[in-house]
Design a protein around this ligand. Structure first.
Ligand code: MN
Length: 489
């Protein structure tokens, strides 16, 4: 995956006051830390400089801004590092920034500690001077405090790296639209100029007729090869191989058009399938399994967000999927949301090996399509929704717990995921509706709410988090204040 090329730069603050020996020690330790941290981080941390002057900081920032491989900088002050010399550099910084408030030594050594030790190991006050400047400049930054060898510190630093890579991915993301948004639907609409300005997305349309032509040009040999891939990954619960082969034809044609334009996300709509015999089901599902983002009913926002969460996840293609809140189970004490879509649920969510089935589809006026059917796996997850509030974008995130579906639902012909929502199903729904969250979401098992908060901070968009502790009253207040704040911004 293209995410693999990214790295992060370690910029360590110091000053000349303590003499060359201290500076050599700081540089050697910073190098050692970067090397050791890189072993357990998803992307390499590369030691760059022990910064002692305004010029050194400005230069490393300029270099970082224009280096495509650099996805962000991590700063730390081993000694005191007067912050006025950081102003010019940080004011120019365009890459994500993490302030790692750590310390080389874990313990205060009882016998060894003297004033030389104190002058060398000053992060406790050096990082405060550094932090003041970040606050004073109103620079968005992630702050992580703790010993650099601790597992939780490494996990959080790694997660922040994934968010920063999600930002880099977002800024070069292209979305291919087949057809427009579903007629009359509001929440799937949005300002594509604002989305590109803020998030970098290039959202454009291609004719469904061109897709139909590209499908006609797909060869039997290409379809045979993709059928082998389907057989390797899925069980065939149908004898209707022609229908499955038609989905393969659609997948091959869509992938050709996406790859030709460098698009990592696409949307389509059942209202515009001109020249196509089936709504893509299995075709879209298998494209999602390969890391492409998808949105139904022309929902290009959720298509882009699906691609971004996939890129942020494990191995650059995590367990994140386009999802829709479909129907509720409202039995007291047993309240669940059932998520699915007409066809297009990504098999990265599957608890077991998915089955290929063919069933009629009441919507779209086309032939019965092949689709993957499975149950979603158990585990903590989030659902996120990006909505256009007019003048700004709002990202809503809710904590959920996926369960094994409590009913077998043998006649439901689509993949399904069942979950409990925080703080409860009904209060969660009240909060979601209060915030204007969409029916389409991205559900993710491996991207966390903290990662989405960091991503939203980097992209400079509003972030709303519905958690165990959220009440409708607190959320209404937060949204009211957010409205005021974002009008002033
Ligand atoms: Mn839908």
């Amino acid at each position: 995956m293209r995410m693999k090329k990214y790295e992060f730069w370690f910029v360590v603050g110091s000053q000349f006051l303590y003499g060359p020996e201290v500076l050599e020690t700081v540089a050697a330790r910073a190098q050692e830390m970067a090397k050791e941290l890189s072993v357990s981080l998803p992307y390499p941390l590369v030691y760059k400089v022990t910064a002692k002057t305004n010029r050194e900081i400005s230069e490393v920032v300029k270099e970082a801004n224009y280096d495509d491989a650099c996805a962000g900088i991590v700063t730390w002050c081993h000694t005191f590092s007067p912050s006025k010399m950081w102003i010019n550099g940080l004011a120019e910084l365009q890459k994500p920034w993490c302030h790692l408030a750590t310390q080389y030594n874990r313990e205060i050594p009882n016998e060894e500690i003297d004033m030389d030790f104190m002058n060398l190991n000053q992060a406790a006050h050096g990082d405060r001077e550094h932090g003041f400047l970040g606050a004073r400049l109103r620079k968005p930054r992630k702050i992580i405090a703790g010993h650099w060898q601790d597992e939780d510190v490494r996990k959080r630093l790694g997660d922040w790296m994934r968010s920063a890579v999600g930002a880099a991915f977002s800024r070069q993301l292209k979305v291919m639209r087949f057809g427009d948004n579903m007629r009359e639907v509001a929440v799937t609409e949005g300002d594509k100029v604002e989305a590109q300005t803020r998030l970098g997305w290039q959202v454009n349309t291609w004719p469904v007729g061109k897709l139909a032509q590209t499908m006609d040009a797909v060869t039997d040999a290409e379809i045979d090869a993709l059928m082998d891939a389907y057989r390797a990954a899925y069980d065939f619960a149908t004898d209707d191989l022609e229908t499955v082969r038609y989905q393969a034809r659609e997948e091959i044609a869509m992938k050709k058009m996406l790859d030709e334009e460098g698009c990592m996300a696409f949307s389509n709509t059942f209202q515009d399938l001109y020249g196509m015999r089936q709504l893509p089901g299995l075709a879209s599902q298998h494209l999602m399994a390969q890391g492409y983002g998808y949105g139904g009913e022309g929902d290009w926002k959720v298509a882009a967000m699906t691609a971004i969460l996939k890129a942020m996840g494990e191995e650059g293609n995590g367990a994140s999927a386009f999802m829709e809140d479909y129907t509720y189970h409202l039995v007291k004490g047993q309240e669940y949301s059932l998520g699915a879509h007409m066809l297009e649920v990504c098999p990265s969510l599957a608890a077991d090996r998915p089955r290929i089935e063919v069933h009629p589809l009441g919507i779209g006026d086309r032939e019965a399509p092949a689709r993957l059917v499975f149950e979603g796996k158990e585990g903590d997850a989030i659902v996120v929704s990006l909505v256009d509030m007019g003048g700004r974008l709002r990202l809503i995130c809710q904590d959920i717990h996926c369960v094994k579906p409590i009913l077998p639902m043998p006649n439901l012909p689509v993949a399904r995921v069942m979950w409990q929502a925080e703080p409860s199903l009904t209060t969660g729904v009240e909060c979601w509706i209060t915030a204007g969250g969409a029916h389409h979401t991205v559900l993710s098992y491996d991207v966390t709410a903290e990662m989405m908060k960091d991503w939203a901070r980097i992209m400079d968009i509003e972030f709303v988090h519905i958690t165990k502790g959220t009440t409708v009253e607190s959320l209404e207040k937060e949204l009211f204040l957010n409205d005021l704040a974002w009008k002033l911004k």
